[in-house]
Design a protein around this ligand. Sequence first.
Ligand code: GDD
Ligand code: MG
Length: 360
Amino acid sequence: MTEAILLVGGKGTRLRPLTVHTPKPMVPAAGVPFLTHQLARARAAGVDHIVLATSYLAEVFEPYFGDGSALGLHIEYVTEVEPLGTGGAIRNVASRLRSAPGDPVLIFNGDILTGLDIPALVRTHETTGADVSLHLTRVTDPRAYGLVPTDATGRVTAFLEKPQTPEEIVTDQINAGAYVFRRSVIDTIPEGRPVSVERETFPELLATGAHLQGMVDSTYWLDLGTPQAFVRGSADLVLGRAPSPAVPGRCGDRLVLPTARVAPDAKLTGGTVVGADAYVGEGARITGSTILPGAVVEPGAIVTDSLVGARARIGERTVLTDAVIGDGAVVGPDNELRQGVRVWCDAHIPASSLRFSSDQ
Ligand code: GDD
Ligand code: MG
């Protein structure tokens, strides 16, 4: 049996809601709560036992996923009273693991969408005999991530979380947020206090000569930490660029959930998702966007690379580009919103109030 820990907690998450009254892992991406994709990919890789380590709004996970049997999994839930950080969260669930001390345990950051070959990471771990093996990916700007230089054999030589100075940026390889830990290594993480696996555990393991092995690959990878990334990820799931067995329906240009209504001449492209009970009116054009359940896009609206929250309403002829509209917000007709603008949940923007282009 293979087991995994999924990290879905953290401090800032409740204060930085995606749109939303719902925690990020439960916001639908390609029609199902984002977490479903990670769970289904883990299952497809042979994982059968998952411990969900959470610290906020934990009560929303269990009612939806239950014991996991609908996904062929056995899921357990552990809630931290105070957020324990990534390492503390891992240590905090150690008692739920069933693996023997020498067995591999998978650990996933809960906000990553990736095509990682999970069995290949486990094989790398086993053939190299590493204490911890890390999935690494290459990015052009590594400053928001954990930087992980390796030697010629892939062995990790340092771990620099969120490098700040140019001298620290010694590679474009970053921690992609999926690990295999030897079970006994988890037991060495200090108990009962916050620990960052990135800032404390990995540097200490390296300092004491532990073997950390990196596996670099160029598969699809995205951290969904920003709403813009979330919209991109959802579209990539629909388009089939990001592989997931949990996409409800065939991959293609659009995904319209069964109870959604779309006017015949509305145009949906670029991986657009129209959620349950949502409505898209005549002549609307929606590209690369996520329309969450119950939202309304009125006739003639043009929505591009945007997130429209649950039950939000977008008025006639309104143009949204790279916009995030909170749950229940109303953007009246003839507005123009662009460039990363975020309209808070339940806010109300009257007709013809905002534009970016000239007045002509
Ligand atoms: N249970 C629990 N408790 N989970 C936590 C906690 C906590 O206190 N803190 C963070 N997490 C979870 C988050 O929910 C997320 O799924 C994961 O751990 C990583 O935390 P983030 O807050 O998203 O970290 P990040 O994106 O800034 O950086 C991490 O991910 C990068 C890749 O996207 C680090 O692991 C970096 O090294 C890595 O490059
Ligand atoms: Mg993250």
